[in-house]
Design a protein around this ligand. Structure first.
Ligand code: DX5
Ligand code: ZN
Length: 250
């Protein structure tokens, strides 16, 4: 199933309740918590997430881009928070933290920055409900999708299938109607989109377009990732992503 989680990083923070209303047709809302230490940007913390939980019916998907999630992440496992994602690069003990999140009644998810290999999680996959493969460097919206992250998505999907576990695979960064299908064909099923949704006059229309783009990819099935490396499957990804795909050849 294709799930679309708009990121409110691209919403108007002063009119957040209004902007949450614009994405009511989504499958969840992606909430980026940044501490200006783990990433070079600052957003907000727990009080804001608690307030968001009061004004939206959507499942809340918290993406913690913070240092020391082992200490802070469990506090985010409040009512209405469906999943808490912490970064593999920031945690001291991913398995203990995931167990604690699950014990508190939320889904546990782990995120990988572009430079982090799947080896960081693959041995402990059953401990997580979701893995987030970052398709940009975390910190800012509006960056170009990195197609060279897709082999990580494919490796995780293959491993989850081998183990027979249900694992959600999320991609975050540069997701548009052009890049979503290629990520879906690699095995991703939860798609975060900030600028692609809120940069449009009708976020609801854009959510529907993204969902359709994902369904099409599932119909087509898996793609040949080696074609991306040759640059031939990068067509339609947009100029920046095409450049990124091409750069793999250099
Ligand atoms: C970036 C955040 C993303 C961001 C994505 O570090 O984690 O959730 O909102 O923005 P777009 O969709 O514009 O790339
Ligand atoms: Zn995010």
């Amino acid at each position: 199933m294709v799930r679309i989680h708009p990121s409110i990083l691209s919403a108007d923070f002063v009119n957040l309740e209004r902007d949450l209303g614009k994405i009511a047709s989504a499958d969840g809302v992606h909430v980026d918590v940044m501490d200006a230490h783990f990433v070079p940007n600052l957003t907000f913390g727990l009080p804001m997430v608690e307030r968001i939980a009061e004004v939206t019916e959507l499942p809340i998907d918290v993406h913690l881009m913070i240092d020391d999630p082992d200490t802070w992440a469990p506090q985010y496992a409040i009512d209405r928070v469906d999943s808490v994602t912490f970064h593999a690069e920031a945690t001291r003990d991913a398995v203990s933290l995931a167990r604690e999140l699950r014990a508190r009644g939320t889904r546990a998810a782990i995120a990988l920055k572009p430079g982090t290999l799947v080896d960081a999680v693959i041995e402990h996959l059953p401990e997580f409900d979701m893995v987030l493969v970052m398709t940009v460097e975390p910190g800012f919206g509006g960056q170009a999708f990195m197609p060279d992250m897709l082999p990580k998505v494919e490796a995780l999907r293959t491993k989850a299938e081998e183990l027979g576990i249900e694992l959600a695979l999320q991609v975050d960064g540069g997701i548009t109607a052009d890049t979503l299908p290629i990520a879906a064909a690699s095995g991703a099923d939860v798609f975060v989109a900030g600028s692609a949704v809120y940069g449009h006059a009708s976020p609801a229309e854009r959510i529907a377009t993204l969902r359709d783009a994902g369904r099409g990819a599932f119909d087509t099935g898996r793609i040949d990732l080696s074609a991306i490396h040759r640059g031939t499957a990068g067509k339609g990804l947009g100029a920046d992503a095409d450049d990124a795909a091409g750069s793999l050849d250099r």
